[in-house]
Design a protein around this ligand. Sequence first.
Ligand code: ATP
Ligand code: MG
Length: 227
Amino acid sequence: MPGIGILGGTFDPVHNGHIRHALEAADVLGLERVFLMPCAVPPHKARFIMPFGLRAAMLHAAVQGVAGLDVTEIESGLPVPSYTWHTLQAWRELPYGGEPPYFMMGMESFLMLESWFRWQELPRLSRLVVVSREGEGLQAFGAKLAELWPGSRRAAHVGGRSERAVLPDGGELFFVSVPRLDISSTDVRSRFLAGKPLAGLVHPGVESLLEANRGTAEACWGRASGA
Ligand code: ATP
Ligand code: MG
């Protein structure tokens, strides 16, 4: 049965790199649909971010008309900070939550997995997918996997663009490598604050929403980080 993917992030704001990332990973894993999932309060970020409703509205604009992509606002109703463990528990109650979703994270996150709340249980609640830039990361993935779950078995997977690992208790973990566009939200924010156009970096609907909310964007992004 084709699976459902989740790509979590701050999405402050969503950009075309996120959209390509979701589509490429869906292609490699044969997923039916990927939900982009904005964090309510990201546990690992210490800076001012745009309000949840605005980040979610930009995500809806960005996926409009893109087959296979959707948005879930599930984290807006969960206790803060948004720990993935809570989110995946809540996911099980959704109409399509019966099968464990493919939960994607970047290599940077995987290397810090021990700092995640109840990390050992995440592969039972989801199929964890570690996504890296094409051609990179397989060695780091293997080393970290052996450290976190000694005794896991690695098996080749479809097309050489991904690998599947089976954990000692039967949970599954995937490694997927996808092309990565050279775009970041950090760069989009600084261009926007400098009054530069965002064409080609974000969906036109996202740029319109940002322009319509310039005051909010400047109030959030223009403040000193880490304060
Ligand atoms: P920031 O610059 O504020 O860190 P970001 O661009 O990294 O933001 P996030 O919301 O932090 O965006 O990212 C959400 C997810 O999307 C993460 O898993 C991240 O690795 C991935 N991602 C971010 N940018 C890209 C990109 N250009 N290509 C592919 N994946 C990306
Ligand atoms: Mg980032």
